[in-house]
Design a protein. Structure first.
Length: 330
């Protein structure tokens, strides 16, 4: 019997310890959902403003859809609170804004998060019903500058819509790039994670919108869009796993956590079966029979989006050592 000795149990050098806890998956989920809401809100604003639209497409949005963009700054604030809770020295977070490092994903992410607020709030203002804007202008009449900013945003609605699409896409990709640039974690070290998290974020954004009392035409549009997004997400997941399977021993060992290891059941049940395939089939059946998409498929999409990030964050930290060991033994 051979004796095996290793110093990797030293917590100062071994990446097995969970550097990220439960707060990070929640932050990534909320960040992705906000990205989806921003992209979809900006796109819908452009469709309303575009020339040559048919009367059906130009129909006034429901009140719920007009107010949904306000969810973006609210949800990203909750997400940043969870991120702050995960920081070792949370009160030093402001130092990110003293410098910009082009080669650091965290530096990019910090500035993207800062830009989310003006972009999302100004678009939410322009999309809100007129009586909503008038009511708040009366309450905030003691701040004259707000009226000028609001008027400027109304005059540049197309610009604000484009800014939300760009900022939302940047936020969605960043949540995946944040993981994908860590070469020490083979499960995360893939360029596909950025597009995967963006598509997943837009899908969860559409699902979040479907929870509200939208007009039937709006629900049908979002249901069809979500079906396409789920199909693309399944394709990206497959490409990501194929990339891991055809890469080096460390990557194949990392993939083991999802195809035989401790996260296999959770990944294939919560993410693939319940979070992607079930809502895809449910939405297809609803639309095929002329029914308005319901809330159950949307809830499952949200569960799947959170589960995807939760499992990847924890499995990625687990496989930094267990994957290498498994690949060596086999």
């Amino acid at each position: 019997m051979n004796e095996f000795t290793s110093t990797r149990s030293n917590h100062l050098i071994d990446p097995v310890l969970h550097a990220w806890g439960w707060e990070v998956p929640i932050y990534l989920f909320l960040g992705g959902m906000v990205a989806g809401i921003m992209v979809l809100s900006g796109w819908m604003a452009l469709r309303r403003q575009g020339a040559g639209m048919s009367s059906a497409r130009a129909a006034a949005p429901s009140r719920a859809l007009s107010l949904l963009p306000w969810a973006s700054p609210f949800l990203i604030s909750i997400g940043m609170m969870f991120l702050w809770l995960d920081l070792e020295n949370g009160f030093n977070a402001h130092r990110f804004y003293f410098v910009f490092e082009p080669g650091s994903p965290m530096s990019w992410g910090s500035w993207i998060l800062l830009g989310i607020y003006p972009a999302s709030i100004l678009l939410a203002w322009t999309m809100s019903p007129s009586e909503f804007r008038e009511g708040w202008m009366k309450r905030l009449s003691f701040v004259p500058a707000l009226g000028r900013i609001g008027d400027w945003a109304m005059q540049h609605m197309r610009f604000m819509a484009g800014a939300n699409i760009a900022m939302g896409a940047a936020l969605g990709i960043y949540t995946g790039v944040l993981l994908g640039t860590m070469a020490s974690r083979p499960l995360w070290n893939s360029a596909i994670l950025g597009p995967l998290f963006l598509v997943s974020g837009i899908s969860t954004g559409a699902a979040f919108m479907l929870l509200y009392r939208l007009a039937d035409r709006e629900r049908i549009f979002l249901g069809k869009l979500d079906m396409s997004l789920i199909a693309v997400e399944l394709l990206l997941l497959a490409l990501w796993m194929i990339g891991l399977a055809t890469a080096g021993a460390a990557s194949r060992g990392a993939l083991w956590a999802l195809i035989g290891g401790p996260y296999t059941a959770a990944f294939w049940t919560l993410v693939v079966a319940l979070g992607l395939l079930t809502p895809l089939i449910g939405e297809w059946i609803e639309l095929r029979h002329g029914a308005v998409p319901g809330r159950l498929p949307a809830i499952l999409v949200l569960v799947g989006g959170l589960s995807l990030r939760w499992i990847l964050v924890y499995a990625g930290q687990f496989t930094s050592w267990a994957g290498d060991l498994t690949a060596t033994l086999h």
